[in-house]
Design a binder for this molecule. Structure first.
Ligand code: CUA
Length: 280
């Protein structure tokens, strides 16, 4: 039986006793003693006991950083920069999606580039603010495989409600395989889409590993084709949706820093979208 139930039973017992007990007169001395023992003495003893218990538990709660997977997430208007740090591997850069191994503790390192955001995966852990100039950490342990929704939980501007992501909890072997791919160059085939991407300067804001695109202002696109969503949790990841976002980012995500590329025409936009969707 839990401690909560014991306390509840004790309180109900006292209530019944108070209702059924005949009225008695108390001497001033007895009343004073009751107040002293049931008031400050009892409360202090209980609080001291709880404090001792909490202090005893604390060392086990402290995150162990050694050998643990660290996922650095930086909030920025209105998307997420994600970098995976695992000892013995080069960092893997990604964006707008979190992947984590089931049953292994992960330490999230949370930062912000501009205003206060809040990192929140309701089914996996508590909220933690992302504050400019400060680093917060959040230990998370996923117990079950699945795709969970994450979101920004602090108003951060016009598209705050459009700043989301998927959190995918995978079996450790699958996760390792996936991380290997993330830390290798992009797989996209050369073709008209890639030429257009380069020619129109997309690479000055976006990075595609293994190509001349090295921009860090916008989300990393090295393996965008394998993500669940595009535009940070807003649209399903299809060629059509990528094309739509290139044509009208401001409509789909008000306040975004990405300009519209509608002037390229739908055939060229479609070719770029096809190239991006092929990046696994
Ligand atoms: Cu970022 Cu709200």
């Amino acid at each position: 039986m839990s401690t909560g139930a014991l306390i509840w039973l004790a309180l109900v017992g006292l209530l019944v006793y108070a209702i059924r007990d005949r009225r008695r007169t108390w001497s001033e001395d007895a009343a004073g003693k009751l107040i002293l023992w049931a008031g400050p003495v009892f409360s202090s003893a209980v609080l001291l006991g709880l404090l001792t218990y909490a202090l005893w538990l604390m060392p086990a709660l402290r995150p162990t950083t050694h050998g643990v997977l660290r996922i650095e997430v930086t909030g920025t208007q209105f998307w997420w920069r994600v970098v995976y740090h695992k000892s013995g591997r080069p960092p893997a850069i990604s964006a707008n999606e979190i992947r984590l191994p089931v049953g292994e503790p992960v330490e999230f390192i949370l930062r912000s580039d501009d205003v206060v955001h809040s990192f929140w995966m309701p089914s996996l852990g508590g909220k933690m603010d992302m504050i400019p100039g400060r680093t917060n950490t959040l230990p998370v342990l996923a117990n079950r495989e699945g795709v969970y929704r994450g979101a920004c939980a602090e108003f951060c501007g016009t598209s705050h409600a459009l700043m989301a992501f998927s959190a995918v909890a995978m079996m450790p072997d699958d996760f390792d395989r996936w991380l290997n791919i993330q830390s290798s160059p992009a797989s996209g085939a050369a073709g008209p889409g890639r030429d257009l991407f380069t020619r129109h300067g997309c690479g000055s804001c976006h990075r595609i590993d293994g190509t001349e695109a090295r921009g860090l202002v916008g989300p990393d696109l090295s393996h965008i084709g394998g993500r669940e969503t595009v535009a940070a949790g807003v649209l399903p990841n299809t060629e059509e949706m990528i094309a739509r976002f290139i044509a009208e980012p401001e409509v789909l995500k008000p306040g975004t820093r990405m300009p519209s590329f509608a002037m390229l025409g739908s055939a060229d936009i479609r070719a770029i979208a096809r190239y991006l969707k092929g990046l696994r």
